[in-house]
Design a protein around this ligand. Structure first.
Ligand SMILES: *Cc1c(COP(=O)(O)O)cnc(C)c1O
Length: 228
């Protein structure tokens, strides 16, 4: 559905207000970046949000990312890949030069990405995705292997610049469980700060305020911005 500008402005204002309320409970200096997840919405709504001041957008499929980048080529947008990256799409993604691949979810994928980056003499900024809830359907490295995997990628993949970690909160109504998955991830993030990690990406439409209170400094929000 294509939403008009005033409608999108009201949704955006509400989200920004909620982010503001949550972040000041952490610290006045705790700054949170909002990445708009555009995967379910029309390209027109992305352009309107740009007019309203949004710059960073995320997609979860390489194909859709490519189409949108082409359609909105004239706008100075920052694009993030946030979804599962299939190995046969790695070259396509490299050619798109996304600002950040948030979903680097295994050492194996990192090694494959490194090979292809080297062949193209390209580099990529990435987050290591952590499966903090232990759900089988979710991608990501397990929390007990996360620090080791991060250091391994850092040491062995010179064309990958790791900027931090990403997680998807537990899929449940039990707030305690969701909070636990964020705390686990933030804990790992804190250990990696001395390794240069600066991004802790956690929180979606249903749980971003909780994620920020647990230390998230990047939220990925889709449906709350595009609700009718
Ligand atoms: C779809 C998606 C989001 C946004 O989800 P909403 O609940 O619509 O805000 C965030 N992160 C990832 C990885 C996603 O795939």
């Amino acid at each position: 559905m294509i939403l008009d500008k005033e409608h999108l402005r009201a949704n955006l204002d509400e989200v920004i207000w909620n982010i503001e309320q949550a972040r000041i409970t952490v610290s006045e200096h705790h700054i949170v970046k909002l990445v708009t997840v555009a995967k379910y919405t029309e390209v027109e709504n992305i352009a309107t949000l740009y007019e309203l001041g949004q710059r960073a957008f995320g997609e979860n499929q390489v194909q859709q990312l490519r189409e949108r980048m082409a359609q909105l080529e004239e706008l100075p947008l920052e694009w993030h890949m946030i979804g599962r990256l299939q190995k046969n799409k790695i070259n396509n993604l490299i050619d798109l030069r996304p600002a950040l691949l948030q979903s680097l979810n295994s050492l194996d994928l990192a090694q494959e990405l490194q090979k292809k980056l080297a062949a193209k003499e390209a580099k990529m900024h990435c987050l290591l995705q952590i499966n903090s809830s232990g759900e089988e359907t979710k991608a990501g490295v397990s929390p007990d292997e996360a620090v080791e995997t991060y250091l391994n990628i850092k040491a062995n993949c010179p064309d990958i610049t790791l900027k931090g970690v990403m997680t998807i909160g537990a899929h449940t109504d039990d707030e305690k469980e969701i909070q636990k998955s964020f705390e686990i991830t933030h804990n790992i993030y804190e250990k990696l700060e001395k390794e240069g990690a600066s991004i802790c990406s956690m929180g979606m439409s249903g749980d971003y305020e909780l994620a920020i209170k647990c230390g998230s400094n990047l939220v990925r929000i889709g449906s709350a911005l595009f609700k009718a």
